[in-house]
Design a binder for this molecule. Structure first.
Ligand SMILES: C[S@@+](CC[C@H](N)C(=O)[O-])C[C@H]1O[C@@H](n2cnc3c(N)ncnc32)[C@H](O)[C@@H]1O
Length: 388
């Protein structure tokens, strides 16, 4: 094990990380992994967990310290230590690498968290199999797919999932995505939302095997990763209701028309009803909402109250996510303008014209040049032509 460490601070928590971990190029081959680029992700995780734990404690009459959090892929322990220290709940920090667990223990001791935090060294599946935690967090290297079953079966109330395998999820590595998620993605201008919806769909299908449903409270696609926070809803009825949020999309690469249909067995014509082109089909994926407005508001207030390095960035993300329309997928305004051979108008006045025409139109956190709307592509193209 490396003998040299540096002390870093995120939020209100200090931890040691190995110096062989290049901060500019975090690598899975470092003795123990630490990626400073995920600080905002962890800041948001602290705020989300804090809001959810408070609601859970009120609803169930729990003392907050009775709530257990499993950080199943812990590395240095930073994620779970921050949750335990900054939220005030009990945590199990697990990694299958002995070097990581020694460092986790060093960090538990440094933070004097021996009473509330335990370090374990085993495969994540073994930790989660047969043991229940109120909140389960899985943050593996790459795909979380092999761990979704054990994570949803272990989580009594809440689940956090990170996926960094964006190429398979978003359709750039098609076969790998199909193997991992048993879904067909589309690699087009809305591939980032595609990845998020395929991941949530896959979590929903994993949950339904255990007669559980899910309710995503906040989810986002940021840079190289996708993150989902979902409440677990116990019972076969909730599982059935959750599965109704799954479905398929038919998308026309020629005219950009899109159509979604809920269901696990749906029929959609290959021929585009607008231009007669050949549509591409994708799914099964999550067509329901991926965030709850009130929950996002509570998380924004929490972020505001905490001393965090990535506060502004996190609040901005939460705000755009909160305000984006609950409509699956989006149009890239620049691509539509390229099709029309016109220059793209400024986004806000354009969105205002769509709204004036009687439709919903919002920005989306997935892409700065894109928007969500319930207007058809024909209507949008007409509005763009009139603005040029
Ligand atoms: C991406 S890192 C975790 C980062 C950490 N959650 C954070 O926020 O800094 C993934 C960690 O999971 C561990 N790991 C990989 N596969 C595992 C498995 N099947 N069971 C347990 N730990 C595993 C690796 O050793 C590594 O430390």
């Amino acid at each position: 094990m490396t003998e040299t460490y540096r002390l870093i601070k995120e939020g209100q928590t200090e931890v040691y990380v190995p110096t062989d971990n290049d901060p500019d190029v975090p690598s899975a081959s470092a003795s123990v992994f630490y990626n400073p680029a995920m600080e905002m992700n962890r800041d948001i995780n602290v705020a989300v967990t804090s809001v959810y734990a408070k609601k859970l404690a009120e609803r169930k009459g729990f003392d907050k310290s009775q709530i257990t959090y499993a950080d199943a892929f812990s590395a240095s322990g930073i994620r779970g230590l921050r949750v335990s220290k900054e939220v005030g709940i009990a945590a199990v920090l697990n990694d299958w690498k002995e070097e990581a667990v020694s460092l986790i223990q060093k960090n538990i001791d440094y933070n004097n968290l021996q009473e509330t935090v335990t370090a374990t060294c085993m495969g994540a599946d073994k930790l989660l199999h047969g043991q229940k935690f109120a909140i389960v967090d899985i943050d593996p290297f790459g795909t979380p797919a092999p761990f979704l079953d054990s994570a949803v079966s272990s989580a009594s109330f809440f689940l956090g999932v990170t996926a960094t395998d964006t190429a398979p999820l978003c359709g750039a590595h098609l076969k790998s995505g199909m193997r991992k998620y048993a879904a067909v993605p589309l690699n087009n201008e809305f591939h980032s939302e595609m990845g998020l919806r395929i991941l949530i769909g896959s979590i929903a299908r994993a949950a339904s095997k255990f007669d559980k449903g899910i309710r995503p409270l906040f989810s986002h696609a940021t840079r190289h990763y996708v993150r989902v926070y979902a409440e677990i809803l116990n019972g076969a009825g909730n599982a059935d209701k959750t599965l109704k949020e799954l479905g398929f999309i038919a998308w026309c690469p020629q005219c950009k028309n899109m159509e979604t249909k809920n269901g696990l067995a749906v029929f959609m014509n290959e021929e585009c009803p607008v231009c007669g082109g050949k549509r591409k089909m994708s799914g099964p994926l999550w067509l329901g909402t991926f965030k709850d407005k009130d929950f996002c508001n509570d998380v924004i207030s929490k972020l505001n109250s905490l001393p965090l390095n990535k506060k502004e960035e996190a609040i901005k993300l939460l705000t755009v996510c909160r305000d984006e329309a609950d409509i699956p997928f989006f149009y890239d305004q620049h691509l539509l303008c390229e099709m029309l051979k016109i220059s793209a108008p400024p986004m806000e006045p354009f969105l205002e014209s769509v709204r004036k025409a009687g439709y919903i139109a919002t920005r989306t956190h997935f892409s700065g040049t894109s928007f969500k709307t319930d207007a058809s592509v024909e209507i949008i193209l007409d509005i763009l032509k009139n603005q040029s």
